[in-house]
Design a protein. Structure first.
Length: 279
C-alpha cells in the first residue's frame, strides 16, 4: 500500500517536472528580442546670451540579440534606427547615432528660429524677450511594447513603438505614438494586409467601433460617441496597432478620432473576437 502511494506520488512529481521542462524549452524556442537602452539629454540654446532653448531627450531601446537567424537581428536594427532616427544614421553606433540626431535637431532649431529672433529684436528693440518665446521641446521614447502572438498562432510578432512629444510654440505641444510590427522569424515588417485575411477592412472596422462603444463609459451607440466628441467615421483600421498575449490594441493619436484633450485613444480587441480575421 505504501509502495503504491509512493509510486503515485513519484509519478505526479515526474509528470510535473516534465511539463515544466517542456514549458521552459518552448519558451526558449520562441523568438525573443533583447534590447539595450541608450539615452541622451541636452538643452541647446538658440544663441549665446539667450534663454530660449531646445530641450531634447531620447530613450532609445536598440535590439542587440534575438534567438533567430542572424539576418533577423540586422533587419530589426536597421528598421528601428530608420524609424526613430532616419536613414542617415543607419551606419552609426546607437549612442553615436542619437547624439548626432540631437545635434541635427539643434541645427534645425537654430536655422528655423534665429532669423525670427533677429527680426523680433529689430522690431522690439526696447522690449525684453518673453521667457517662453522660441522655446521648443522634443522628447522621444522608443521601445518594444509587446512580445508575440498567442501560442496558437503560426507566427511571432514584435511590436515596437516610438512615443514622441514635440512642442514648437503655441498653446500646447503635440504627442503621437507610432507603432510598427515585425515578424521575428523573418525580420520583415508586418502590416494589416499581412496579418489579416482578404476583405478584413469592413469587419475589423465594425469590431473597432463596437469595442470603442463597449469600453467607453456612458456610451451605448454611435450617437453617444458623437455626443462625446468622437469622429465616428474615422474609427477605422489605421495600421497603428500592437499585439499581446491577450489581443490586438489599436492606437489613435490626438485629433485622429477625437479632440486633442482626449489624448491618445486605445481600442482593445481580444483574440477570441479578432481571430476569425487572422490569416
Amino acid at each position: 500500500m505504501r509502495k503504491d502511494i509512493l509510486y503515485s506520488w513519484l509519478t505526479i512529481v515526474l509528470v510535473g517536472l516534465i511539463a515544466a521542462l517542456c514549458s521552459t524549452l518552448q519558451r526558449i524556442a520562441m523568438p525573443h528580442v533583447v534590447c539595450k537602452e541608450y539615452s541622451f539629454d541636452k538643452v541647446a540654446y538658440l544663441s549665446e546670451g539667450q534663454e530660449s532653448s531646445l530641450t531634447f531627450s531620447i530613450r532609445y531601446a536598440y535590439p542587440v540579440a534575438v534567438n533567430a537567424p542572424e539576418e533577423v537581428l540586422s533587419k530589426l536594427q536597421r528598421a528601428v534606427c530608420q524609424t526613430v532616427l532616419g536613414e542617415a544614421f543607419l551606419d552609426m553606433r546607437p549612442q553615436q547615432a542619437i547624439e548626432a540626431y540631437a545635434a541635427l535637431k539643434h541645427t534645425e532649431y537654430i536655422q528655423n528660429n534665429l532669423p525670427l529672433l533677429q527680426e523680433w529684436a529689430i522690431d522690439h528693440e526696447d522690449e525684453p524677450l518673453c521667457e517662453t518665446c522660441f522655446n521648443e521641446e522634443l522628447i522621444i521614447s522608443a521601445a518594444p511594447m509587446t512580445d508575440r502572438l498567442p501560442e496558437s498562432a503560426d507566427r511571432f510578432l514584435w511590436s515596437y513603438a516610438m512615443d514622441v512629444y514635440e512642442y514648437t510654440g503655441g498653446a500646447h505641444g503635440n504627442r503621437y505614438l507610432l507603432i510598427q510590427n515585425y515578424d521575428l522569424e523573418t525580420g520583415d515588417m508586418v502590416n494589416e494586409q499581412d496579418l489579416f485575411i482578404d476583405d478584413y477592412y469592413e469587419p475589423l472596422k465594425t469590431l473597432l467601433l463596437n469595442a470603442l462603444i463597449a469600453q467607453t463609459d456612458n456610451a451605448e451607440s454611435k450617437r453617444d460617441l458623437r455626443r462625446m466628441g468622437y469622429s465616428v467615421a474615422d474609427v477605422v483600421p489605421n495600421e497603428n496597432f500592437y499585439v499581446t498575449q491577450e489581443g490586438i490594441t489599436y492606437v489613435y493619436n490626438p485629433y485622429e478620432i477625437a479632440p486633442y484633450a482626449m489624448g491618445c485613444i486605445e481600442i482593445f480587441l481580444p483574440w477570441e473576437t479578432v481571430r476569425p480575421l487572422i490569416r
